[in-house]
Design a binder for this molecule. Structure first.
Ligand SMILES: [Fe+2]
Length: 332
């Protein structure tokens, strides 16, 4: 059972979603228990509004967005055949299946990120989770690459990679090892960990890491770091369908080619900038919330004090009246 409540304290882009406590379990080595999820709008598939059915219900189908380059633009590192198959069939299929699953439901006009968080359901995933997350992951993956990519990042991104991994070369080793060791199908991610707010939907996999840090994580199947409240910056799809046509079963070669020839570090830098801005915004919201609660508490305490003072004054008045009455009696 899902209930959505708007909280007037937060902007219209923020909602809290409370999910059922049923079906708690561990998944992929990550323990999952009831938590509260903050939903935000952001990256997601665009929607095409259509009028459907005899009742003319307005629905908004999620659209399959093409990669930001032609399907042969990544050759010779990723072939046109791979893109035709991977984007044209697999990715298309996730979007189409998701649209069917959510058609004319309460999810129909929800941003894709919110659909993912709703469907994750504290690890007890609802049927549309896989298609929603895979639709998001694939668009994010296509946009992580560009023709003539690779090389080395610069600026703030490089500074943080060097700060958090020791050197860019060490980050590359960690990312390669993480992607290579994801058992069976899944994803490797570079994320910005800034989960200062409540992550009520899942326990994140790096609890000992400090916030405001770059972290490399992997996820099985469709799972993505949005459910841990991380900000994804870069991902590589390590499902076999992503590389088999070009590299057969040589996943390490595919990963090296991705990093050395395809990654768009400019896109990753832009995502980092957005993630840091979001973290600052969240801190402001948290601070405002803290002040609001303190003020409410202070007012509550003041009211309590005033009530106590009034009671004491009343008691004093009663005592004085008694004494006055006694004095009058003595005079008589
Ligand atoms: Fe894929």
């Amino acid at each position: 059972m899902v209930a959505i409540h708007k909280d007037s304290h937060y902007s219209s882009f923020h909602r809290f979603l409370f999910l059922s406590d049923s079906g708690l379990r561990c998944m992929a080595g990550v323990s999952v228990f009831p938590r509260r999820v903050k939903l935000t709008r952001g990256f997601g598939l665009t929607r095409q509004r259509t009028r459907k059915g005899a009742l003319s219900v307005i629905t908004a189908a999620l659209e399959l967005k093409p990669p930001p380059y032609s399907l042969d633009a990544l050759e010779p590192h990723m072939s046109r055949e791979t893109l035709e198959y991977h984007w044209g069939k697999h990715h298309r299929s996730y979007v189409e299946k998701l649209n069917k699953q959510i058609e004319e439901t309460e999810l129909d006009n929800m941003p894709l990120e919110d659909i993912i968080l709703t469907a994750y359901n504290k690890g007890d995933m609802l049927p549309y989770f896989n298609n929603a997350a895979l639709a998001w992951n694939h668009q994010f993956f296509w946009e992580s690459m560009k023709p003539g990519g690779g090389g080395k990042p610069s600026g703030e991104l490089l500074r943080l990679l060097e700060r958090d991994f020791g050197s860019f070369e060490t980050f590359v080793q960690v990312f390669k090892a993480t992607a290579a060791t994801q058992f069976a199908s899944g994803w490797a991610w570079l994320v910005y960990k800034a989960n200062k707010l409540q992550v009520e939907n899942a326990v994140h996999p790096c609890p000992s890491e400090e916030d405001k840090k770059l972290v490399v994580v992997k996820s099985p199947d469709a799972l993505n770091p949005l459910v841990w409240d991380y900000s994804p910056l870069l991902t590589i799809d390590v499902w076999e369908h992503a590389y088999y046509l070009d590299f057969e079963n040589r996943r390490p070669d595919y990963i090296s080619t991705f990093l050395e020839k395809l990654v768009s570090w400019e896109v990753v830098s832009t995502r980092l900038e957005a993630a840091q801005a979001k973290a600052i915004e969240r801190e402001k919201e948290e601070e405002e919330e803290r002040k609001r609660r303190e003020e409410m508490k202070r007012r509550g305490e003041e009211e309590e004090e005033e009530e106590e003072e009034e009671e004491e004054e009343e008691e004093e008045y009663v005592q004085i009246r008694k004494m006055a009455t006694t004095d009058d009696s003595d005079k008589d």
